[in-house]
Design a protein around this ligand. Sequence first.
Ligand code: NAG
Ligand code: NAG
Ligand code: NAG
Length: 353
Amino acid sequence: MLSVTRNCVYLSRIYNLQAMCLRFTMKFIIVAFVCIIGINALSEKEQWLTFKQNHGKNYKNIAEENYRFSVFQNNLRQISEHNERYTNGETTYFLGVNKFADRTSDEFRGMLKSQKINLLNSEDAKLNKLSKTVEAAEAPVDWRSKGVVLPVRDQGDCGGSWPFAVAASIESQNVIINNVTEQLSTQQFIDCYGPQVDKCNITGDILNGFDYAQDYRLLPESEYPYVGAQSVCTADTNKGIVRAYSVFVAQSSEAILQAYIGKYGPMASTINADCIQLYAGGIFSNSSCPNTINDINFALLNVGYDTSSDGIEYWILKNSWGTGWGEEGYLRLKKGDKELGINLRNGLPFIYR
Ligand SMILES: *[C@@H]1O[C@H](CO)[C@@H](O)[C@H](O)[C@H]1NC(C)=O
Ligand SMILES: *[C@@H]1O[C@H](CO)[C@@H](O)[C@H](O)[C@H]1NC(C)=O
Ligand SMILES: *[C@@H]1O[C@H](CO)[C@@H](O)[C@H](O)[C@H]1NC(C)=O
């Protein structure tokens, strides 16, 4: 019974039919029936039309549209092959159509490549000193349930994920320490940090964001809204509401990372995101995916950790690709095997009082 319901939720999710199935989870047999009928009835062309509509896709001409449709079809095949392995219990996560489903994996990786991170060695030492003072928390932690994680955002076409991860980590601390629930401006980081170059596209790092947040007060999103492209800095930092310094958990064990997150709150985490283009749910785990420091190219917010009913430990990560990606915008990532390089570079802000 459980697995029928689970499969239905997963089937509905990957085909963007959640409303239809979830409404009837009690009547699981009907649900399975409705799901299977519904999905078989959808041709690739129909799925394409739904995809374009859901994501507001417009292509500049017929040739481009035809090409994008062929990429989409390839992705559909990859999704269904992978998901067959999921239903057979051979893998712990499933794939689905999302806004990246009209891109090849090379294009997707190209987008991430521009954000590749250069590691500075200096802060590793700083962190390792701090790490010994924290005791590992045993119980699962999900900071969302404590009301300190703000809604999932969408960075759109701007490639820079680090402003979102850094802002999100400081937002959470601002709730924990000051009881202030206020979305912070990511545009301020993009426009105002460092040289006036295209920060949507160049190498970015959570270190950039934490550097900036140490020197300048951060504005609320409402004062300096996101436009998703580099522009001239017009931030009036007198209107800023918070400033923070940070420590890094770098090249550490995941147990140390867990201890920090359990004790202090969500952290800005970095990973290699090459493999998660079409992730739609479950616990991501794939040891073939790159996970060295040279592969790190993406940042998100680590909000906690738990263990699944079948005993797999995982991290809970808030992404900035909207709620249509992953599990309502979140990634669950297997913990304990340094998957995607999660242990390599994590930043924790402390609010200046
Ligand atoms: C990033 O660079 C690509 C190509 O170099 C360009 O097409 C794109 O518009 C740039 N993105 C932004 C947000 O500036
Ligand atoms: C936090 O703020 C809310 C209103 O914004 C208030 O109702 C609540 O009592 C505050 N909590 C604490 C611990 O101060
Ligand atoms: C793991 O990742 C590799 C490299 O991206 C990919 O070729 C493979 O299909 C993935 N395996 C699973 C089970 O997802």
